[in-house]
Design a protein around this ligand. Structure first.
Ligand code: NAD
Length: 713
């Protein structure tokens, strides 16, 4: 009895292969699927009664790519080129056998076909797709550090030309059915009910049992090879663009380009071997493993609420209160109404509350104008947001999220006013970015129902939400918070209470190091460029201008007050103090910071910086700056693990990439440590501590892990 597909032959001798991978919500490529498709291919080739085959799926999707969980587990056993090839070759060979089985094959694409799913369709000789708006078609392997290794880098350029194929594979683009048809990836689009009949008809009409690239005199559309001016131009422009975007931190896009460049100049069988070689090299790269683990396997697990406590019934927020209709409150209102909740958006005046709703009005107008949202959906979304100043409107809310000023007294006041009216079972959540949750919960009569739900700005764009458990937050409260985050379709991580929690705390070490370098006389352009080369989205000085130095100054003052004698001045304080107190350059919002914003031509580093922070004659090596900027973040994350602010390495890694943009190639701050090697990491931190100060000193806990060789994964 098959577990992944069935094969049924009808009276006309047409085989219908229906994919249905048991126990999976989506069809994915598993070892069982490979085995059963091998058997089916043999039957197609050898059974004279079979005249052709239609391949489709009985699930909503056609087929997603490889089962990445299986792939990740397999990567643990891949240690050398030989074992990598042993993994890379079989599926590629199987699809080639299918393609050349001698019978006409049609892919009947009923829903999403991605990665190895689309590669299966490309190995067929004709593709019909159901006109289904939810369908996505593409080869997104690059997003987890891989390349399309089941023929994708060879068949797609032979089908649609190198330029379009590279764009789809290097960017990991998802196409709609209409876009895929326009690019000629799909031959025909029909109503869903006509799908199988149309596919069968193509065979009955004498569809050919082979692909054009196996015919004589085949030429890649649009040309191939370095001697073809069109292809040469694509590769010259493409390599420059990829280098600029990736700073050579990501091997996958380069491997894709190389596989296409080399493979399209030779017969397809040789091209497929070239592809397997490049896939093998990626399977051996720590970048691939780290990206697959964090950005796919662990991210999906987080979104499925792996951190949700067991045994608590699922909750659903219908009515949500939001206190404070400023930048954050307005954004939270938008995503919550979009998820179907009724939102009461409360501020100190109706005018302010209405201004908060206007933010949603602008976003909806833009989405509707660009065809990304149906007008009726937009109208429904807006009708769900009620601006108010009246606490009584919170009386039926299952949850209230507070996003008022970052001030303990203001927060305590709104907490008490809310608790006076909200149901006893409701959850109160604070969106504070710095104030410890346990302290804020002191204002509450039910601290067990009090929790931190920390969004990032801009809320509608940033994928991460950091949930902070206070000392008294109950498991049931955590479950409600997680259910809410799932409702608004964000990725949650769960952390314990601490000053700056996890994300703000570690992010601050990056900006601190950037300013420390500036204070030491390192050229600001060097600092900014090295950070970006390392893969950070913005340099430390640029990002400080975004969050404003005013905020850094304010948080420092608050921390000083809170910690009293225990407070230790940071290495960057002299720079912060000078910028704020003397130079009054507070950041972008104020028109000036480390950068100039006011005058043309555009944002540029402030020319006066060198007057106040003289540039030293001898500049440090690029590698040394890169190390300082990355190691300090990784080291602080290990401290969060030690202090149990983080209880799971996956949270640390996901939070670092999605929260503040730690380089995705690394797999996150803790994967970074594991990749460097814990012993080497600790030894390097010790050297950095000697040279630059105790902030680089590894703890006894970390040193012990280095001695025992205990990794985070
Ligand atoms: P903001 O100044 O834009 O908005 C705060 C809003 O709260 C204002 O509209 C104000 O009128 C309102 N408000 C003040 N006192 C109130 C009261 N007593 N009752 C009702 N409303 C009141 O601030 P923001 O940037 O939206 O930040 C709000 C909270 O979110 C802060 O705790 C902040 O630390 C946190 N946060 C901010 C960011 C960010 O990037 N800005 C990110 C994460 C978290």
């Amino acid at each position: 009895m098959n577990q992944t597909l069935t094969l049924a032959v009808d009276a006309d001798g047409i085989a219908l292969i229906t994919i249905d991978v048991q126990g999976r919500p989506m069809n994915v490529i598993t070892p069982e699927f490979v085995q059963e498709l091998t058997d089916a291919t043999q039957r197609l080739a050898s059974d004279a009664a079979i005249r052709g085959a239609v391949i489709t799926s009985s699930k909503a999707d056609f087929m997603a790519g490889a089962d990445l969980k299986w792939l990740l587990a397999s990567m643990d056993t891949i240690k050398d080129a030989k074992s990598a090839m042993a993994f890379a070759v079989p599926l590629n060979t199987l699809y080639r056998k299918l393609e050349t089985c001698g019978k006409p094959l049609v892919a009947a694409i009923n829903g999403t076909a991605l990665g190895g799913g689309l590669e299966l369709a490309l190995a067929c000789h004709y593709r019909v797709a159901a006109d289904n708006p939810a369908t996505r078609i593409g080869l997104p392997e690059v997003l987890v550090g891989l390349l399309p290794g089941a023929g994708g880098t060879q068949r797609l350029p032979r089908l649609i030309g190198i330029r379009d194929a590279l764009q789809i594979m290097v960017e990991g683009t998802h196409l709609t059915v209409a876009e895929a048809a326009a690019k000629k990836i799909v031959d025909k689009v029909v109503a869903p009910a006509q799908l199988i009949a149309t596919a069968r008809q193509w065979i009955l009409d004498g569809g050919t049992a082979g692909n054009p690239w196996d015919g004589k005199n085949f030429k890649v559309p649009g040309g191939a090879g370095g001697m073809d001016p069109r292809a040469a131009q694509t590769f010259m422009g493409g390599t420059a663009l990829v280098s600029k975007r990736t700073q050579h931190n990501y091997p996958a896009p380069i491997a894709i380009m190389s596989s296409v460049y080399e493979g399209t100049q030779v017969p397809i069988d040789t091209g497929l071997k070239i592809e397997s070689r490049y896939l093998s090299s990626l399977l051996l790269s720590p970048v691939t493993k780290n990206m697959t683990r964090t950005l796919f396997v662990n991210k999906v697990a987080a979104e499925k609420l792996v951190r949700r406590p067991d045994g608590i019934p699922k909750s659903k927020i219908t009515n949500l209160g939001i206190l404070g209709a400023g930048m954050m409150g307005a954004g939270i209102a938008y995503i919550s109404a979009r998820a179907g909740m009724n939102v009461r958006l409360l501020d100190t005046s109706l005018e302010k509350a209405e201004k908060g709703k206007q933010y949603s009005e602008k976003l909806v107008a833009k989405d509707v104008e660009r065809g990304r949202m149906a007008p009726a959906k937009g109208a429904d979304l807006l009708s769900r947001i009620t601006p108010t100043t009246d606490y009584q409107t919170l009386a039926d809310c299952e949850m209230v999220i507070e996003a008022v000023f970052e001030d303990r007294n203001v927060k305590a006041d709104v907490t008490q006013k809310t608790e006076a009216v909200m149901p006893a079972t409701a959850v109160f959540a604070s969106n504070t970015s710095t104030l410890p949750i346990t302290g804020l919960a002191e204002a509450s009569k039910r601290p067990d129902r009090f929790i931190g739900i920390h969004f990032f700005s801009p809320v509608e764009k940033m994928p991460l939400v950091e949930i902070i458990i206070g000392k008294q937050s109950s498991p049931a409260t955590l479950a409600v918070a997680l259910d809410y985050v799932q409702q608004v379709k964000k990725t949650p991580i769960v952390v314990n209470d601490s000053r700056g929690f996890y994300t703000s705390r570690v992010f601050a070490t990056f900006t601190n190091e950037g300013m420390t370098l500036l204070g030491e006389g390192v050229s600001p352009a060097l600092i900014e460029n090295v950070a970006k080369q390392a893969g950070m989205p913005v340099g430390p000085l640029g990002v400080l201008d975004e969050v404003t130095l005013e905020l850094v100054y304010h948080v420092t003052q608050q921390t000083k007050k809170d910690l009293g004698a225990k407070y230790q001045e940071s290495s960057s304080w002299p720079v912060v103090r000078k910028m704020v107190e003397e130079l009054k350059r507070l950041g972008k919002r104020h028109g000036q910071g480390f950068y100039e914003y006011s005058a043309a031509p555009r944002k540029r580093l402030w020319s006066g910086l060198s007057l106040h922070f003289p540039v030293a004659k001898v500049q440090p090596d690029v590698e040394e700056i890169r190390k300082r900027l990355l190691y300090i973040q990784a080291l602080e994350t290990t401290r969060c693990m030690e202090e149990k602010v983080l209880t799971d390495a996956a949270d640390g890694d996901i939070g670092s990439i999605l929260g503040w943009g730690f380089p995705p190639w690394s797999g996150g701050t803790l994967s970074f440590v594991d990749t460097v090697g814990i012993k080497a990491f600790v030894a390097e931190c010790e050297r950095l501590a000697k040279q630059y100060g105790p902030r680089f000193e590894p703890s006894a806990w970390l040193k012990a892990r280095a001695v025992s060789g205990t990794l985070f994964y």
